[in-house]
Design a protein around this ligand. Structure first.
Ligand code: ATP
Ligand code: MG
Length: 575
Protein backbone atom coordinates (compact mmCIF):
# COMPACT_ATOMS: atom_id res chain seq x y z
CA UNK A 1 0.00 0.00 0.00
CA UNK A 2 1.28 3.42 -0.95
CA UNK A 3 1.44 5.86 1.88
CA UNK A 4 2.23 9.49 2.46
CA UNK A 5 5.28 11.08 4.03
CA UNK A 6 5.09 13.07 7.23
CA UNK A 7 6.83 16.41 7.12
CA UNK A 8 7.56 16.06 10.84
CA UNK A 9 9.86 13.16 9.94
CA UNK A 10 11.34 14.62 6.74
CA UNK A 11 15.06 15.33 6.69
CA UNK A 12 15.05 18.62 4.82
CA UNK A 13 16.85 21.27 6.85
CA UNK A 14 15.87 24.63 5.38
CA UNK A 15 17.91 27.82 5.61
CA UNK A 16 16.42 31.15 6.67
CA UNK A 17 18.97 33.19 4.76
CA UNK A 18 20.27 32.91 1.24
CA UNK A 19 23.58 31.06 1.30
CA UNK A 20 26.30 33.55 0.42
CA UNK A 21 28.23 31.21 -1.86
CA UNK A 22 25.29 30.61 -4.22
CA UNK A 23 25.09 32.85 -7.29
CA UNK A 24 22.49 30.96 -9.28
CA UNK A 25 18.84 30.50 -8.33
CA UNK A 26 19.07 26.73 -8.60
CA UNK A 27 22.09 26.52 -6.32
CA UNK A 28 20.59 28.93 -3.79
CA UNK A 29 17.13 27.37 -3.73
CA UNK A 30 18.30 23.75 -3.60
CA UNK A 31 20.44 24.66 -0.58
CA UNK A 32 17.79 26.80 1.10
CA UNK A 33 14.94 24.36 0.61
CA UNK A 34 16.96 21.52 2.12
CA UNK A 35 17.54 19.54 -1.07
CA UNK A 36 21.33 19.40 -1.21
CA UNK A 37 24.35 19.90 1.01
CA UNK A 38 27.94 20.51 0.02
CA UNK A 39 30.64 18.11 1.11
CA UNK A 40 33.56 19.77 -0.69
CA UNK A 41 34.04 21.81 -3.85
CA UNK A 42 31.95 20.16 -6.56
CA UNK A 43 30.76 17.35 -4.27
CA UNK A 44 27.15 17.42 -3.14
CA UNK A 45 24.93 15.16 -1.11
CA UNK A 46 21.39 14.73 -2.38
CA UNK A 47 19.08 14.90 0.61
CA UNK A 48 15.78 12.99 0.50
CA UNK A 49 13.80 15.57 -1.49
CA UNK A 50 16.48 15.98 -4.15
CA UNK A 51 16.96 12.24 -4.35
CA UNK A 52 13.26 11.72 -5.08
CA UNK A 53 13.47 14.24 -7.93
CA UNK A 54 16.68 12.71 -9.22
CA UNK A 55 15.08 9.27 -9.25
CA UNK A 56 12.14 10.62 -11.23
CA UNK A 57 14.48 12.28 -13.74
CA UNK A 58 16.40 9.00 -14.03
CA UNK A 59 13.18 7.10 -14.54
CA UNK A 60 12.06 9.38 -17.36
CA UNK A 61 15.45 8.94 -18.96
CA UNK A 62 15.28 5.17 -18.48
CA UNK A 63 11.81 4.95 -20.03
CA UNK A 64 12.89 6.93 -23.07
CA UNK A 65 16.04 4.85 -23.55
CA UNK A 66 14.17 1.58 -23.09
CA UNK A 67 11.51 2.73 -25.56
CA UNK A 68 14.12 2.87 -28.34
CA UNK A 69 15.57 -0.50 -27.46
CA UNK A 70 18.61 0.63 -25.50
CA UNK A 71 19.48 -1.79 -22.69
CA UNK A 72 20.30 -0.71 -19.18
CA UNK A 73 23.19 -2.38 -17.41
CA UNK A 74 25.93 -1.37 -15.00
CA UNK A 75 29.70 -1.21 -15.22
CA UNK A 76 32.22 -0.34 -12.52
CA UNK A 77 32.82 3.36 -12.02
CA UNK A 78 36.54 2.70 -11.72
CA UNK A 79 38.01 1.98 -15.11
CA UNK A 80 41.18 0.11 -15.92
CA UNK A 81 43.90 2.65 -16.75
CA UNK A 82 45.29 0.22 -19.34
CA UNK A 83 42.17 0.76 -21.48
CA UNK A 84 42.70 4.50 -21.30
CA UNK A 85 46.25 4.00 -22.49
CA UNK A 86 44.91 1.96 -25.41
CA UNK A 87 42.51 4.68 -26.48
CA UNK A 88 45.16 7.36 -26.01
CA UNK A 89 43.02 9.32 -23.57
CA UNK A 90 45.22 8.60 -20.56
CA UNK A 91 47.48 11.27 -22.03
CA UNK A 92 44.95 13.33 -23.97
CA UNK A 93 42.27 13.89 -21.36
CA UNK A 94 44.29 16.26 -19.21
CA UNK A 95 43.98 17.15 -15.54
CA UNK A 96 40.19 16.68 -15.48
CA UNK A 97 40.77 12.94 -15.40
CA UNK A 98 40.84 11.60 -11.85
CA UNK A 99 43.57 8.99 -11.73
CA UNK A 100 44.10 6.42 -9.03
CA UNK A 101 46.83 3.91 -8.29
CA UNK A 102 46.06 0.76 -6.35
CA UNK A 103 48.33 -1.03 -3.85
CA UNK A 104 50.00 -2.95 -6.68
CA UNK A 105 50.74 0.25 -8.56
CA UNK A 106 48.12 -0.49 -11.19
CA UNK A 107 46.52 2.58 -12.73
CA UNK A 108 42.80 3.28 -12.71
CA UNK A 109 40.58 6.21 -13.56
CA UNK A 110 37.35 7.33 -11.95
CA UNK A 111 35.32 7.33 -15.15
CA UNK A 112 34.43 10.78 -16.52
CA UNK A 113 32.66 8.95 -19.38
CA UNK A 114 32.86 5.30 -20.40
CA UNK A 115 33.76 4.83 -24.07
CA UNK A 116 36.80 2.72 -23.16
CA UNK A 117 34.90 0.46 -20.78
CA UNK A 118 32.11 -0.25 -23.27
CA UNK A 119 34.41 -0.68 -26.26
CA UNK A 120 36.54 -3.15 -24.30
CA UNK A 121 33.42 -4.91 -23.05
CA UNK A 122 32.03 -5.68 -26.48
CA UNK A 123 35.22 -6.17 -28.47
CA UNK A 124 35.52 -9.84 -27.60
CA UNK A 125 31.85 -10.70 -27.76
CA UNK A 126 30.18 -8.61 -30.46
CA UNK A 127 31.83 -10.43 -33.31
CA UNK A 128 29.27 -10.65 -36.11
CA UNK A 129 27.17 -8.20 -38.10
CA UNK A 130 24.25 -10.43 -37.12
CA UNK A 131 24.51 -9.20 -33.52
CA UNK A 132 24.36 -5.53 -34.52
CA UNK A 133 23.18 -2.89 -33.79
CA UNK A 134 23.32 -2.87 -29.99
CA UNK A 135 22.87 0.09 -27.65
CA UNK A 136 23.87 -0.23 -24.00
CA UNK A 137 23.61 2.31 -21.22
CA UNK A 138 23.90 2.93 -17.54
CA UNK A 139 23.10 5.67 -15.08
CA UNK A 140 25.92 6.23 -12.62
CA UNK A 141 28.23 8.75 -10.99
CA UNK A 142 30.89 10.33 -13.16
CA UNK A 143 34.00 12.13 -12.02
CA UNK A 144 35.71 15.12 -13.57
CA UNK A 145 38.23 17.24 -11.75
CA UNK A 146 36.71 20.42 -13.18
CA UNK A 147 38.94 23.48 -13.12
CA UNK A 148 36.08 25.49 -11.65
CA UNK A 149 33.44 23.34 -10.01
CA UNK A 150 30.58 25.74 -9.33
CA UNK A 151 26.91 26.57 -9.30
CA UNK A 152 25.97 23.57 -7.15
CA UNK A 153 24.75 20.63 -9.22
CA UNK A 154 25.42 22.51 -12.45
CA UNK A 155 29.14 21.80 -12.59
CA UNK A 156 30.19 19.19 -10.09
CA UNK A 157 33.30 17.05 -9.80
CA UNK A 158 31.09 14.04 -9.11
CA UNK A 159 27.76 14.06 -10.91
CA UNK A 160 25.13 11.66 -12.20
CA UNK A 161 25.08 10.89 -15.88
CA UNK A 162 23.22 8.58 -18.18
CA UNK A 163 25.62 7.43 -20.82
CA UNK A 164 24.68 5.20 -23.74
CA UNK A 165 26.87 3.63 -26.42
CA UNK A 166 25.68 2.23 -29.73
CA UNK A 167 27.53 -0.27 -31.90
CA UNK A 168 26.64 -0.60 -35.55
CA UNK A 169 27.89 -2.36 -38.65
CA UNK A 170 27.51 0.60 -40.98
CA UNK A 171 26.93 4.34 -41.10
CA UNK A 172 23.26 3.96 -41.95
CA UNK A 173 22.65 1.96 -38.81
CA UNK A 174 24.61 4.47 -36.70
CA UNK A 175 22.50 7.26 -38.19
CA UNK A 176 19.37 5.41 -37.16
CA UNK A 177 20.58 4.81 -33.58
CA UNK A 178 21.61 8.46 -33.40
CA UNK A 179 18.30 9.76 -34.73
CA UNK A 180 16.41 7.57 -32.26
CA UNK A 181 18.51 8.96 -29.43
CA UNK A 182 17.73 12.48 -30.60
CA UNK A 183 14.03 11.67 -30.39
CA UNK A 184 14.51 10.24 -26.90
CA UNK A 185 16.45 13.34 -25.79
CA UNK A 186 13.76 15.72 -27.01
CA UNK A 187 11.11 13.69 -25.19
CA UNK A 188 13.27 13.48 -22.07
CA UNK A 189 13.60 17.27 -21.88
CA UNK A 190 9.91 17.85 -22.54
CA UNK A 191 8.86 15.27 -19.97
CA UNK A 192 11.09 16.88 -17.34
CA UNK A 193 9.28 20.13 -18.02
CA UNK A 194 12.27 21.72 -19.73
CA UNK A 195 12.09 24.16 -22.58
CA UNK A 196 15.13 22.96 -24.47
CA UNK A 197 16.61 23.40 -27.92
CA UNK A 198 18.62 20.86 -29.88
CA UNK A 199 21.71 22.72 -30.98
CA UNK A 200 24.09 21.45 -33.62
CA UNK A 201 27.49 21.20 -31.91
CA UNK A 202 29.27 20.63 -35.20
CA UNK A 203 28.27 19.83 -38.72
CA UNK A 204 29.33 16.75 -40.58
CA UNK A 205 31.15 16.91 -43.90
CA UNK A 206 28.31 15.15 -45.71
CA UNK A 207 25.75 17.61 -44.38
CA UNK A 208 23.58 16.92 -41.38
CA UNK A 209 24.88 16.99 -37.86
CA UNK A 210 27.14 14.56 -36.11
CA UNK A 211 26.69 16.01 -32.65
CA UNK A 212 23.80 17.82 -31.01
CA UNK A 213 23.63 19.43 -27.60
CA UNK A 214 20.32 19.72 -25.75
CA UNK A 215 20.21 23.18 -24.26
CA UNK A 216 17.72 24.14 -21.57
CA UNK A 217 17.00 27.82 -22.07
CA UNK A 218 17.93 29.85 -19.01
CA UNK A 219 19.66 33.12 -18.25
CA UNK A 220 22.05 31.18 -16.03
CA UNK A 221 23.26 29.07 -18.96
CA UNK A 222 26.91 29.16 -19.92
CA UNK A 223 26.21 28.77 -23.65
CA UNK A 224 25.20 31.68 -25.84
CA UNK A 225 22.69 30.66 -28.48
CA UNK A 226 20.87 31.99 -31.49
CA UNK A 227 17.69 30.31 -32.62
CA UNK A 228 14.87 30.70 -35.10
CA UNK A 229 11.38 30.78 -33.68
CA UNK A 230 10.07 30.01 -37.15
CA UNK A 231 11.88 26.91 -38.37
CA UNK A 232 13.48 25.66 -35.15
CA UNK A 233 17.10 26.16 -36.24
CA UNK A 234 19.35 26.69 -33.22
CA UNK A 235 23.09 27.03 -32.82
CA UNK A 236 25.77 28.06 -30.43
CA UNK A 237 26.92 31.53 -31.45
CA UNK A 238 30.41 30.02 -31.56
CA UNK A 239 29.41 27.43 -34.13
CA UNK A 240 26.73 29.19 -36.18
CA UNK A 241 27.52 30.62 -39.56
CA UNK A 242 26.38 34.21 -39.30
CA UNK A 243 24.12 35.25 -42.13
CA UNK A 244 23.95 38.93 -41.53
CA UNK A 245 22.50 41.87 -43.27
CA UNK A 246 25.51 43.80 -44.58
CA UNK A 247 24.93 47.42 -45.48
CA UNK A 248 26.55 48.48 -48.74
CA UNK A 249 28.97 51.38 -48.87
CA UNK A 250 28.79 54.10 -51.49
CA UNK A 251 29.30 53.05 -55.12
CA UNK A 252 31.93 54.92 -57.12
CA UNK A 253 35.63 55.66 -57.48
CA UNK A 254 38.00 54.64 -54.71
CA UNK A 255 38.19 57.75 -52.53
CA UNK A 256 40.62 58.58 -49.75
CA UNK A 257 38.91 60.34 -46.83
CA UNK A 258 40.53 61.99 -43.87
CA UNK A 259 39.46 60.37 -40.57
CA UNK A 260 41.76 61.74 -37.91
CA UNK A 261 41.50 60.39 -34.40
CA UNK A 262 39.10 57.60 -35.35
CA UNK A 263 39.84 54.77 -32.91
CA UNK A 264 36.79 52.55 -33.12
CA UNK A 265 34.12 51.40 -35.54
CA UNK A 266 31.62 53.50 -33.61
CA UNK A 267 33.79 56.60 -34.16
CA UNK A 268 34.07 55.86 -37.86
CA UNK A 269 30.34 55.23 -38.30
CA UNK A 270 29.55 58.47 -36.50
CA UNK A 271 32.06 60.53 -38.45
CA UNK A 272 30.84 59.18 -41.79
CA UNK A 273 27.17 59.27 -40.81
CA UNK A 274 26.57 55.59 -41.58
CA UNK A 275 25.52 52.53 -39.59
CA UNK A 276 28.23 50.27 -38.16
CA UNK A 277 27.18 47.51 -40.53
CA UNK A 278 28.13 49.81 -43.43
CA UNK A 279 31.71 49.82 -42.21
CA UNK A 280 34.29 47.04 -42.47
CA UNK A 281 36.31 46.11 -39.43
CA UNK A 282 39.88 44.89 -39.87
CA UNK A 283 41.75 42.78 -37.37
CA UNK A 284 45.34 41.65 -37.66
CA UNK A 285 46.56 38.25 -36.56
CA UNK A 286 49.44 35.86 -36.95
CA UNK A 287 48.30 32.33 -37.81
CA UNK A 288 49.59 29.00 -36.50
CA UNK A 289 52.23 28.93 -39.26
CA UNK A 290 53.45 32.43 -38.26
CA UNK A 291 51.88 34.01 -41.34
CA UNK A 292 50.42 37.54 -40.90
CA UNK A 293 46.83 38.28 -41.93
CA UNK A 294 44.46 41.21 -42.00
CA UNK A 295 40.93 39.86 -41.67
CA UNK A 296 37.98 42.00 -42.77
CA UNK A 297 34.56 41.47 -41.16
CA UNK A 298 31.27 43.41 -41.07
CA UNK A 299 31.73 46.43 -38.78
CA UNK A 300 28.96 45.37 -36.40
CA UNK A 301 30.22 41.82 -35.80
CA UNK A 302 33.00 40.34 -33.68
CA UNK A 303 35.62 37.80 -34.63
CA UNK A 304 34.98 34.59 -32.75
CA UNK A 305 37.96 32.95 -31.12
CA UNK A 306 36.76 29.36 -31.62
CA UNK A 307 35.85 29.87 -35.27
CA UNK A 308 39.05 31.78 -35.99
CA UNK A 309 40.97 28.88 -34.46
CA UNK A 310 39.39 26.50 -37.00
CA UNK A 311 40.68 28.68 -39.83
CA UNK A 312 43.96 30.06 -38.54
CA UNK A 313 45.11 27.27 -36.24
CA UNK A 314 47.03 28.30 -33.18
CA UNK A 315 46.79 31.99 -34.04
CA UNK A 316 47.15 35.13 -31.96
CA UNK A 317 45.99 38.70 -32.41
CA UNK A 318 48.90 40.98 -33.32
CA UNK A 319 50.37 42.96 -30.48
CA UNK A 320 51.02 46.69 -30.92
CA UNK A 321 54.70 45.86 -31.50
CA UNK A 322 53.83 43.31 -34.18
CA UNK A 323 51.55 45.80 -35.92
CA UNK A 324 54.44 48.20 -36.19
CA UNK A 325 56.79 45.42 -37.27
CA UNK A 326 54.46 44.40 -40.14
CA UNK A 327 53.85 48.03 -41.18
CA UNK A 328 50.21 48.15 -40.09
CA UNK A 329 48.36 51.09 -38.53
CA UNK A 330 46.01 50.36 -35.65
CA UNK A 331 42.52 51.73 -36.37
CA UNK A 332 43.29 52.34 -40.04
CA UNK A 333 43.82 48.86 -41.46
CA UNK A 334 42.11 47.65 -44.62
CA UNK A 335 42.45 45.34 -47.62
CA UNK A 336 43.82 47.93 -50.08
CA UNK A 337 47.57 48.40 -50.29
CA UNK A 338 48.57 46.00 -47.56
CA UNK A 339 52.27 45.92 -46.70
CA UNK A 340 54.21 43.22 -48.52
CA UNK A 341 53.87 39.79 -46.95
CA UNK A 342 50.58 40.51 -45.18
CA UNK A 343 47.65 38.57 -46.68
CA UNK A 344 44.01 39.57 -46.76
CA UNK A 345 41.12 37.37 -45.63
CA UNK A 346 37.46 38.36 -45.33
CA UNK A 347 34.41 36.85 -43.71
CA UNK A 348 32.01 35.06 -46.07
CA UNK A 349 29.24 37.34 -44.83
CA UNK A 350 30.85 39.98 -47.08
CA UNK A 351 31.05 37.80 -50.17
CA UNK A 352 28.18 39.50 -51.99
CA UNK A 353 29.03 43.00 -50.85
CA UNK A 354 30.51 45.28 -53.55
CA UNK A 355 31.28 48.60 -51.87
CA UNK A 356 33.36 48.69 -48.72
CA UNK A 357 34.32 51.46 -46.31
CA UNK A 358 37.74 50.40 -45.03
CA UNK A 359 40.94 51.62 -43.41
CA UNK A 360 43.53 53.01 -45.84
CA UNK A 361 46.60 51.41 -44.21
CA UNK A 362 47.69 54.95 -43.54
CA UNK A 363 47.45 56.84 -40.25
CA UNK A 364 44.37 59.12 -40.22
CA UNK A 365 42.75 57.91 -43.47
CA UNK A 366 40.00 55.56 -44.65
CA UNK A 367 38.89 54.53 -48.13
CA UNK A 368 35.38 55.03 -49.40
CA UNK A 369 34.02 52.77 -52.22
CA UNK A 370 36.70 50.10 -52.08
CA UNK A 371 35.60 47.33 -54.44
CA UNK A 372 36.80 43.72 -54.16
CA UNK A 373 38.29 42.49 -57.44
CA UNK A 374 38.89 46.07 -58.65
CA UNK A 375 40.82 47.69 -55.82
CA UNK A 376 42.06 44.62 -53.94
CA UNK A 377 41.86 40.84 -53.83
CA UNK A 378 40.57 38.77 -50.95
CA UNK A 379 43.10 35.97 -50.54
CA UNK A 380 40.82 33.74 -48.51
CA UNK A 381 37.10 33.77 -47.61
CA UNK A 382 36.63 32.57 -44.06
CA UNK A 383 33.84 31.95 -41.52
CA UNK A 384 35.03 33.69 -38.37
CA UNK A 385 32.37 36.02 -36.98
CA UNK A 386 30.12 35.36 -34.03
CA UNK A 387 26.47 35.10 -35.01
CA UNK A 388 24.16 37.37 -33.05
CA UNK A 389 20.46 37.92 -32.52
CA UNK A 390 18.98 39.76 -35.48
CA UNK A 391 21.16 37.93 -38.01
CA UNK A 392 19.19 35.93 -40.54
CA UNK A 393 18.40 32.26 -39.96
CA UNK A 394 20.69 30.31 -42.33
CA UNK A 395 17.78 27.96 -43.11
CA UNK A 396 14.77 30.19 -43.57
CA UNK A 397 16.05 33.76 -43.48
CA UNK A 398 13.92 34.98 -40.57
CA UNK A 399 15.71 37.02 -37.91
CA UNK A 400 17.32 34.93 -35.18
CA UNK A 401 16.49 35.35 -31.52
CA UNK A 402 19.11 35.11 -28.79
CA UNK A 403 19.11 33.04 -25.60
CA UNK A 404 21.42 31.37 -23.12
CA UNK A 405 21.41 27.64 -22.54
CA UNK A 406 22.38 24.95 -20.04
CA UNK A 407 23.73 21.81 -21.72
CA UNK A 408 21.66 18.94 -20.33
CA UNK A 409 22.68 16.32 -22.84
CA UNK A 410 24.73 15.64 -25.92
CA UNK A 411 24.67 13.00 -28.66
CA UNK A 412 27.69 12.13 -30.81
CA UNK A 413 28.43 10.05 -33.84
CA UNK A 414 31.81 8.69 -32.85
CA UNK A 415 32.45 6.52 -35.87
CA UNK A 416 35.46 4.23 -35.44
CA UNK A 417 37.63 6.43 -33.20
CA UNK A 418 37.56 4.06 -30.22
CA UNK A 419 36.96 0.78 -32.01
CA UNK A 420 40.03 1.32 -34.20
CA UNK A 421 42.25 2.45 -31.36
CA UNK A 422 41.14 -0.45 -29.19
CA UNK A 423 40.81 -3.16 -31.82
CA UNK A 424 37.05 -3.69 -31.55
CA UNK A 425 36.14 -5.34 -34.83
CA UNK A 426 33.36 -7.54 -36.16
CA UNK A 427 32.91 -9.84 -39.14
CA UNK A 428 30.76 -8.10 -41.73
CA UNK A 429 28.36 -9.76 -44.16
CA UNK A 430 31.11 -9.73 -46.82
CA UNK A 431 33.36 -11.81 -44.57
CA UNK A 432 35.67 -8.88 -43.83
CA UNK A 433 36.86 -7.80 -40.42
CA UNK A 434 35.79 -4.17 -39.76
CA UNK A 435 35.84 -1.77 -36.81
CA UNK A 436 32.54 -1.27 -35.01
CA UNK A 437 30.85 2.03 -35.79
CA UNK A 438 29.95 3.78 -32.56
CA UNK A 439 27.77 6.53 -31.16
CA UNK A 440 27.69 7.88 -27.62
CA UNK A 441 24.90 9.70 -25.86
CA UNK A 442 25.07 11.49 -22.49
CA UNK A 443 22.52 13.14 -20.24
CA UNK A 444 23.49 15.03 -17.11
CA UNK A 445 20.86 13.76 -14.68
CA UNK A 446 21.94 15.89 -11.72
CA UNK A 447 22.54 18.95 -13.90
CA UNK A 448 19.03 18.46 -15.28
CA UNK A 449 17.64 18.94 -11.76
CA UNK A 450 19.49 22.26 -11.55
CA UNK A 451 18.22 23.25 -15.01
CA UNK A 452 14.64 22.45 -14.00
CA UNK A 453 14.95 24.74 -10.99
CA UNK A 454 16.52 27.49 -13.11
CA UNK A 455 13.50 27.42 -15.39
CA UNK A 456 10.89 26.93 -12.70
CA UNK A 457 11.17 29.21 -9.69
CA UNK A 458 10.03 32.56 -8.37
CA UNK A 459 10.91 34.79 -5.43
CA UNK A 460 9.22 32.41 -3.00
CA UNK A 461 11.06 29.30 -4.13
CA UNK A 462 11.01 26.33 -6.49
CA UNK A 463 7.99 25.53 -8.67
CA UNK A 464 8.44 21.90 -9.63
CA UNK A 465 6.84 20.58 -12.78
CA UNK A 466 4.73 17.61 -11.72
CA UNK A 467 6.82 14.91 -13.47
CA UNK A 468 9.95 15.65 -11.43
CA UNK A 469 8.47 16.97 -8.17
CA UNK A 470 9.60 15.05 -5.07
CA UNK A 471 6.00 15.14 -3.90
CA UNK A 472 3.12 16.11 -6.13
CA UNK A 473 0.82 17.27 -3.35
CA UNK A 474 1.40 18.64 0.11
CA UNK A 475 -1.47 18.49 2.56
CA UNK A 476 -1.06 21.36 4.98
CA UNK A 477 -2.79 20.84 8.33
CA UNK A 478 -3.33 24.25 9.89
CA UNK A 479 -3.91 22.70 13.29
CA UNK A 480 -1.98 19.73 14.56
CA UNK A 481 -4.44 18.38 17.01
CA UNK A 482 -7.98 17.17 17.00
CA UNK A 483 -10.23 17.12 14.00
CA UNK A 484 -8.05 19.13 11.62
CA UNK A 485 -5.07 16.79 11.87
CA UNK A 486 -7.35 13.76 11.77
CA UNK A 487 -9.03 14.97 8.60
CA UNK A 488 -5.75 16.06 6.98
CA UNK A 489 -4.26 12.63 7.72
CA UNK A 490 -7.25 10.88 6.23
CA UNK A 491 -7.09 13.05 3.11
CA UNK A 492 -3.34 12.48 2.72
CA UNK A 493 -3.92 8.74 2.86
CA UNK A 494 -6.80 8.88 0.36
CA UNK A 495 -4.65 10.89 -2.06
CA UNK A 496 -1.83 8.37 -1.62
CA UNK A 497 -4.31 5.55 -2.20
CA UNK A 498 -5.17 7.22 -5.49
CA UNK A 499 -1.53 6.89 -6.46
CA UNK A 500 -0.36 10.44 -5.85
CA UNK A 501 2.97 11.30 -4.19
CA UNK A 502 1.87 13.04 -1.02
CA UNK A 503 3.48 14.73 1.92
CA UNK A 504 1.54 15.82 5.00
CA UNK A 505 2.65 18.90 6.89
CA UNK A 506 1.85 17.72 10.41
CA UNK A 507 4.46 19.86 12.13
CA UNK A 508 3.83 22.04 15.13
CA UNK A 509 4.55 25.20 13.18
CA UNK A 510 2.68 28.40 12.49
CA UNK A 511 0.62 28.35 9.27
CA UNK A 512 2.86 31.12 7.88
CA UNK A 513 5.93 28.92 8.22
CA UNK A 514 4.16 25.99 6.59
CA UNK A 515 2.97 28.04 3.63
CA UNK A 516 6.38 29.60 3.13
CA UNK A 517 8.15 26.25 3.19
CA UNK A 518 5.60 24.63 0.90
CA UNK A 519 6.30 27.44 -1.56
CA UNK A 520 10.05 27.19 -1.05
CA UNK A 521 10.17 23.42 -1.57
CA UNK A 522 8.05 23.76 -4.66
CA UNK A 523 5.41 21.04 -4.39
CA UNK A 524 3.03 21.60 -7.34
CA UNK A 525 -0.23 21.47 -5.33
CA UNK A 526 -1.00 22.50 -1.77
CA UNK A 527 -4.16 21.25 -0.05
CA UNK A 528 -4.93 23.42 2.97
CA UNK A 529 -7.01 21.88 5.74
CA UNK A 530 -8.28 24.23 8.46
CA UNK A 531 -11.12 24.53 10.92
CA UNK A 532 -13.08 27.04 8.90
CA UNK A 533 -12.90 25.02 5.70
CA UNK A 534 -13.88 21.82 7.44
CA UNK A 535 -17.01 23.48 8.76
CA UNK A 536 -17.99 24.18 5.17
CA UNK A 537 -16.90 20.68 4.15
CA UNK A 538 -14.15 22.01 1.90
CA UNK A 539 -10.40 22.43 1.53
CA UNK A 540 -8.43 25.03 -0.33
CA UNK A 541 -6.26 23.84 -3.21
CA UNK A 542 -3.43 26.08 -4.32
CA UNK A 543 -1.63 25.70 -7.61
CA UNK A 544 2.01 26.59 -6.88
CA UNK A 545 2.74 27.58 -10.47
CA UNK A 546 -0.14 29.99 -11.03
CA UNK A 547 -0.86 30.91 -7.42
CA UNK A 548 -4.55 30.25 -8.09
CA UNK A 549 -6.65 28.95 -5.23
CA UNK A 550 -9.92 27.09 -5.35
CA UNK A 551 -12.21 25.63 -2.71
CA UNK A 552 -12.89 21.98 -3.32
CA UNK A 553 -15.47 19.90 -1.44
CA UNK A 554 -13.77 17.28 0.73
CA UNK A 555 -15.39 14.36 -1.06
CA UNK A 556 -14.25 15.72 -4.43
CA UNK A 557 -10.63 16.31 -3.41
CA UNK A 558 -9.25 13.03 -4.66
CA UNK A 559 -10.91 13.37 -8.05
CA UNK A 560 -9.90 16.98 -8.40
CA UNK A 561 -6.25 16.41 -7.55
CA UNK A 562 -6.03 13.29 -9.65
CA UNK A 563 -7.37 15.25 -12.61
CA UNK A 564 -4.75 17.95 -12.03
CA UNK A 565 -1.76 15.73 -11.35
CA UNK A 566 -2.09 12.67 -13.54
CA UNK A 567 -2.29 14.40 -16.96
CA UNK A 568 0.59 16.67 -15.94
CA UNK A 569 2.87 13.69 -15.30
CA UNK A 570 3.75 13.64 -18.99
CA UNK A 571 5.32 17.07 -18.77
CA UNK A 572 5.30 19.49 -21.69
CA UNK A 573 4.70 16.67 -24.14
CA UNK A 574 0.97 16.73 -23.71
CA UNK A 575 0.73 20.31 -24.93
P1 ATP B 1 30.38 20.96 -20.31
O1 ATP B 1 30.66 21.52 -21.68
O2 ATP B 1 29.26 21.62 -19.61
O3 ATP B 1 31.64 20.84 -19.46
P2 ATP B 1 30.59 18.42 -21.53
O4 ATP B 1 30.21 18.75 -22.92
O5 ATP B 1 32.01 18.27 -21.19
O6 ATP B 1 29.91 19.48 -20.53
P3 ATP B 1 29.60 15.74 -21.89
O7 ATP B 1 30.89 15.02 -21.97
O8 ATP B 1 28.86 16.02 -23.14
O9 ATP B 1 29.81 17.11 -21.06
O10 ATP B 1 28.70 14.98 -20.80
C1 ATP B 1 27.31 14.70 -20.97
C2 ATP B 1 26.47 15.52 -20.03
O11 ATP B 1 26.91 15.42 -18.69
C3 ATP B 1 26.50 17.00 -20.32
O12 ATP B 1 25.61 17.32 -21.37
C4 ATP B 1 26.08 17.60 -19.00
O13 ATP B 1 24.67 17.63 -18.87
C5 ATP B 1 26.62 16.61 -17.99
N1 ATP B 1 27.84 17.14 -17.35
C6 ATP B 1 29.07 17.26 -17.89
N2 ATP B 1 29.94 17.76 -17.02
C7 ATP B 1 29.25 17.96 -15.86
C8 ATP B 1 29.60 18.44 -14.57
N3 ATP B 1 30.84 18.81 -14.28
N4 ATP B 1 28.63 18.51 -13.61
C9 ATP B 1 27.37 18.13 -13.90
N5 ATP B 1 26.99 17.66 -15.10
C10 ATP B 1 27.90 17.56 -16.08
MG1 MG C 1 28.85 17.99 -24.01
Amino acid sequence: MKTYMKMSRLYAPTLKEDPAEAELASHRLLLRAGYIRKEAAGLYTYLPLAWRSIRKIEQICREEEDAIGAQEMMTPILADGELWHQSGRWDDYGPELMRITDRHDRQFVLGPTHEETYTALVRDELRSYKQLPVTLYHIQDKFRDELRPRFGLMRGREFIMKDAYSFSADQESLQQCYDEQKGAYARFCARCGLRALPVAADTGQIGGDTSVEYMALAEAGEAELVYCEDCGFAADTEAATAVCEVTEGIAGELTRVETPGVATIADLAQLMGVSESATRKAIALVDGDKKPWVVIVPGDHEVNDVKAGHVFGDYHMMTDEELVEYGLHKGFMGPVGLPAGVSCAADIALKDSEWWLVGANEEGYHLQSAKPGRDFEVGKWVDVITAKPGDACPHCGKPLAGARGIECGQVFQLGTKYSEAMGATFMDVDGKEKPLIMGCYGIGISRTLAAVVEQHHDDAGIIFPVPVAPYEVTVVALDVKGEVLEKATEIAQRLADAGLDVILDDRKERPGVKFAEADLMGFPYQVVIGKRGLKAGAAEVKDRATGEREDVALDELVDRLTSLVVPARNGLLQE
